[in-house]
Ligand binder design. Structure first.
Ligand code: AQP
Length: 332
């Protein structure tokens, strides 16, 4: 079975709809056909200031949400990044392979550091994509299911894997991004020109899956559309309506064409009311399941411990090979 690897940050507490539709939903599907490794990337979360107690709680919360979304520990390996020390270890090797200019070209770093100011942005934030390279290469992943915003980081991963293999001999599988066109980028409900994001979106533009369903319904109903009245998919002319159609279509399995037909001659309000209902039906059981996992931290921790153990066997082997290839003297 081909292998997939992906991760999600535990920083925000609740996952948002972009995280779910852009990434987590694909993770759930891929565990059926792939040898799947999924992790909560807590080491990435400390690249920005964090509250220690919150980070710990959010790490469990992220794992609970992944299970609630449908990850099955018997079908995939679910673990916490910091439980597998090989990530930081291979991360260092990759830091020594990546060019400073190359890392400086990462747009996510440029955006985030510009917002924070260069004195406040950490070196960790700068090398974040390089740790991500190590995350992926450790598992010899063939594919990496992510949203569009991660494409550049996967490109960097491919470049560094090729560079390492070229310099030291075949070691790493070259991974490919796995990005579904329909959900590659879910947009902010209030500003459909930007992606839905925990840091850039306003509260009204962002759907947190763990919010009260009523709040979620309200956000859908007040989503920005346009002054036209036709319900039609057109990402350029009608980004707000198109975003709602993408969300609707993915959650229900109805195609966008079917939805366009269903809402022919109807007002935006009808589309929003129905989508609000679809969302409520989706988030209500999701919240309950998340709560159930959180209420049983022993089971949750034991799932994560087993996952880490499985992940480590793979990661340790790859790290040993990489260390040997670069010429580090093996410890006796
Ligand atoms: N709007 C989105 N549309 C599609 N996919 C998205 N992803 C994030 N936003 C969208 C995908 O979610 C996965 C996890 O991303 P992350 O760990 O970077 O999560 P995050 O940092 O909480 O997500 P944000 O909102 O993107 O945070 P900001 O913008 O504050 O850094 C990834 O596969 C990502 O592509």
């Amino acid at each position: 079975r081909p292998r997939v690897l992906s991760g999600i940050q535990p920083t925000a507490g609740s996952f948002h709809l972009g995280n779910y539709l852009g990434a987590v939903r694909q993770w759930v599907a891929l565990q059926e056909s792939h040898d799947a490794f999924y992790m909560v990337v807590d080491l990435h979360a400390i690249t920005v200031p964090q509250d220690p107690a919150e980070l710990r709680a959010n790490t469990r919360l992220a794992a609970a949400q992944l299970l609630a979304a449908g990850l099955d520990p018997d079908r995939c390996t679910l673990f916490v990044q910091s439980h597998v020390p090989e990530h930081a270890q291979l991360g260092w090797v990759m830091n020594c392979l990546a060019g400073f200019g190359e890392a400086s070209r990462m747009t996510q770093f440029k955006d985030k550091s510009a917002k924070q100011g260069s004195d406040r942005a950490t070196v960790g934030l700068f090398t974040y994509p390089i740790l991500q390279v190590a995350d992926i290469l450790l598992y010899q992943a063939n594919q990496v299911p992510v949203g569009e915003d991660q494409r550049q980081h996967i490109e960097l991963t491919r470049d560094l894997a090729e560079r390492f293999n070229g310099r030291f001999g075949d070691t790493f599988t070259i991974p490919a991004p796995y990005i579904l066109k329909e959900t590659a980028k879910i947009f902010d409900l209030q500003d459909p020109a930007i992606k839905m994001s925990k840091s850039a979106s306003t509260p009204k533009g962002l759907i947190n899956l763990l919010d009260e369903p009523k709040v979620t319904a309200k956000k859908i109903k007040s989503a920005v559309t346009d002054t036209d009245t036709v319900i039609r998919y057109d990402a350029v002319e009608k980004p707000g309506v198109s975003n709602l159609l993408s969300i609707y279509s993915t959650l229900t399995g109805e195609t966008v064409a079917e939805l366009e037909k269903k809402y022919e001659g109807k007002m935006y309000g009808a589309l929003k009311t129905d989508l609000a209902e679809v969302m409520v039906e989706f988030v209500t059981p999701f919240r309950t399941r998340t709560r159930e996992y959180l209420d049983d931290p022993e089971t949750l921790d034991s799932i994560l411990a087993k996952g880490a153990e499985k992940a480590r066997t793979v990661a340790a082997e790859t790290l040993a090979q990489a260390y040997e290839k670069v010429g580090l003297l093996p410890a006796k």
